[in-house]
Every structure is written in structure tokens, then in C-alpha cells.
Ligand binder design. Structure first.
Ligand SMILES: NC(=O)c1ccc[n+]([C@@H]2O[C@H](COP(=O)([O-])OP(=O)(O)OC[C@H]3O[C@@H](n4cnc5c(N)ncnc54)[C@H](OP(=O)(O)O)[C@@H]3O)[C@@H](O)[C@H]2O)c1
Length: 341
């Protein structure tokens, strides 16, 4: 049967490069003719896409060394998405109806080469859960920080997409005590009640370092850092001898209204790093292409059963996406933020 495709489809575009943090007014919802695949391409109807903090850096344009290209005014936004194949090249691996993961989010329909679509075999009960960042947490905790049984683990930015998975992943990998940080008391409550965190430190007024020392009185062995700034500096102060730090994100610099979100300077106590034999290792998923498959093979059944949770905020409708992004940057959301189409 020939698929019915509307005469106009919608996508979110960058309207202008903002001064400071982006807001919903910096984006437009454009109505465009549907994309037409050529003979070698796949047409995908998107069902879910990810709203993510790193978009701020792509919009700011400071992407040197980053795994993704910058966005310019007029460009459609992009990022991880889950969709359904509408048409695919004859004789290829993909078929109409297949569910695929790809990078052309923020639009209703996408045209892609087949090699840029990952078919979701053994898909999770909620296909949007494929937008979760558990594999990043798993990769960081196994490749960069090498968590061991009984370790005390600190996760900064614990209520975000990466951090909300990291508590349960750390537990599955044998962590003893898991401490997180967040910006809101209501998020701290959810992290301890639902997501395996033993204690949560609030950022904001007063000394973060003093509050962290109270939450981790015996110190920390592993740090999964998504924030940087004073939180990373404080983690060095409470680190135990031989502590391993996985540096995954830089929200403090990325979400600062000053600058373009492409740098994250921080002053660390170098003397403490030496005396405690601390290792700091940067981690990006792009440098570890085998991690996603290992994560699924090792924990796929627990993801499917819900034993590993998928904490998410769901937003209905493409037109709400710019507001969802503004709210994400302001710290109003919890877990992975997904727009459902
Ligand atoms: N290395 C990799 O492969 C990889 C993969 C994915 C993501 N990342 C990076 O990891 C980081 C976290 O990503 P994510 O998707 O999980 O983002 P996210 O945590 O969902 O980002 C939004 C959250 O950042 C927090 N925030 C806002 N302003 C802040 C500030 N000034 N200081 C500290 N926190 C602030 C807020 O949470 P609270 O209110 O709870 O503080 C907000 O809800 C990002 O830097 C991202 O680029 C890296």
C-alpha cells in the first residue's frame, strides 16, 4: 500500500543565535514540503525525539573537538530520535514498519541513508526508552572510572538524562553508596525514593563542598561528573586515595548565560590530585562505539522488564519542543526529556 504523507510537514529551526541562553523565541516551527527520498534513502516518520542540553553548545557554535556540527540560523535542529520506516530501498536491510534510531530529530519526517539508521531489534516496551542515556553512564563507569564492588560513587547532575540512569547503573555494577547532586529539592526526593541514590546534595546558595562532605563523610571512590565547576572541585576535596573520575559533561559551562557553552574552566587543587593519586579521564560515547551493544547485551533484559528504570519527562507535540528546551535549561525537568509526536 502506498503510504499517505501530508502535503506539509513540520520541523523546528533555529531562528537566530541568542545572546545568553536560548529560549523558545529563538526557534521557529516551519511548515515545509515533505522530504523526498532518492532511490538509496530511507523515509522515516519520527515518533519520539530527545531534548538535550548539549544543543546549547551546538547553537553557540563553539564546537571545536565536539562530535556534532554547529547549528546556524535557518538550520533544522537535529539529535537522537526514534521513528518508523515509511519507505526503504528495495532489497536493503530495512523494511517499512521497522523502528529505527537515528540523529534527525526535531522534525516529523526525515530522509536518511540506511547506514545512519539503527534498527531496534528487541525494542524496549516503550520505544522512547532507546533515547535514554544509560549506555553513557555504563560506559563512563566501566571504561573511564572502572567502578568496583563497594565503591562510594558520586554522580553530579543526577536528575538529568545521564545522571538519572547512573544511580541504578552504578548499583548494578556493585557500588556500595551512591550520592548525587541536583538543583531542586523535589528532584532530590525522587532520586532517593525511586532511583537508587542514598543521599543528594543541592547546588545553589552556600558551600556545595561543605554539603558534599556531609553527604559523603567517608569520601568517594568514583565520580561521574556531568557538571564540572565548583562541583568537580568539591569532589576532589572529598575524594579518597586512588579515586577515579569520569568526566562526562560540563553543564556548568555549557548552561552558563555567559559565553557560548563551549568551554568549562575550573580550578582544581592539583596538590590534592597528586597526594590522593586521583585519575581524571574524559569520556565520550563517540570514542567507545562498542559500548551501546555491550550495554544492551548485558542489561537488555533488565531494561525490558523495567528493573532498570527510564526516568523521563514526556512532552506532547512538536510545537511544544522549543518550550521544553527552555525549561530543560532552566532545570524544570527530570530525567530524559522526550517529545512524543
Ligand atoms: N560524554 C558523552 O558521551 C555524553 C553523552 C550525553 C551527554 N553528555 C553531557 O553530559 C551532560 C549532562 O547531559 P544530560 O543530557 O544528562 O543533561 P541534563 O542533566 O538533562 O541537563 C539539564 C540539567 O542541567 C542542570 N543544570 C542547569 N544549569 C546548571 C548549572 N548552572 N550547573 C549545574 N547544573 C545545571 C539542571 O538539572 P538540576 O536542576 O537537577 O541541577 C538541568 O535540568 C551534558 O554536559 C551533556 O553534554 C555527554
Amino acid at each position: 500500500m502506498t503510504p499517505v504523507i501530508p502535503g506539509k510537514v513540520r520541523e523546528i529551526r533555529l531562528a537566530r543565535v541568542p545572546e545568553g541562553l536560548p529560549g523558545r523565541g529563538d526557534f521557529t516551527v516551519a511548515e515545509v514540503p515533505p522530504p523526498v527520498p532518492d532511490a538509496g534513502q530511507v523515509l522515516v516518520r519520527n515518533r519520539h525525539f530527545l531534548v538535550f542540553a548539549a544543543l546549547r553548545t551546538l547553537i553557540g557554535g563553539e564546537v571545536e573537538d565536539a562530535p556534532l556540527p554547529p547549528l546556524r540560523p535557518g538550520d533544522p535542529l537535529f539529535g537522537p530520535a526514534v521513528g518508523e520506516v515509511v519507505t526503504a530501498p528495495e532489497g536493503g536491510a530495512l523494511r517499512p514498519g521497522d523502528t529505527v534510531l537515528h540523529m534527525a530529530g526535531w522534525r516529523e519526517y526525515a530522509v536518511l541513508p540506511p547506514e545512519q539508521c539503527t534498527r531496534l531489534d528487541g525494542a524496549l516496551p516503550d520505544p522512547a526508552a532507546h533515547l535514554g542515556q544509560g549506555a553513557v553512564a555504563y560506559g563512563a563507569l566501566t571504561r573511564a572510572a572502572e567502578v568496583r564492588a563497594g565503591d562510594t560513587v558520586l554522580v553530579t547532575g543526577a536528575a538529568g538524562a545521564v545522571g538519572s540512569s547512573a544511580g541504578s547503573v552504578a548499583r548494578l555494577l556493585g557500588a556500595g553508596r551512591v550520592v548525587g547532586s541536583t538543583g531542586s529539592a523535589w528532584k532530590a526526593d525522587r532520586l532517593t525514593a525511586e532511583l537508587g541514590y542514598d543521599a543528594v546534595v543541592l547546588r545553589g546558595a552556600g558551600s556545595f563542598a561543605a554539603r558534599l562532605a556531609e553527604a559523603a563523610p567517608q569520601g568517594v571512590d568514583v565520580v561521574l561528573d556531568t557538571v564540572g565547576g565548583e562541583q568537580l572541585a568539591a569532589a576532589v576535596q572529598v575524594a579518597r586515595h586512588g579515586a577515579r573520575f569520569a568526566l562526562v559533561g560540563a553543564l556548568r559551562g555549557q548552561l552558563s548565560p555567559q559565553g557560548a557553552g563551549g568551554t568549562a574552566p575550573v580550578e582544581l587543587d592539583g596538590y590534592r590530585l597528586i597526594l590522593k593519586g586521583i585519575s581524571l579521564r574524559g569520556y565520550t560515547g563517540a570514542d567507545h562505539p562498542g559500548v551501546d551493544a555491550e550495554w544492551s547485551a548485558r542489561f537488555g533484559s533488565r531494561l525490558r522488564s523495567g528493573e532498570i528504570p527510564f526516568p523521563s519527562t514526556r512532552i506532547a507535540g512538536l510545537a511544544q519542543a522549543p518550550q521544553a528546551f527552555e525549561d530543560l535549561l532552566a532545570g524544570h525537568h527530570f530525567g530524559t526529556v522526550v517529545v512524543d509526536l
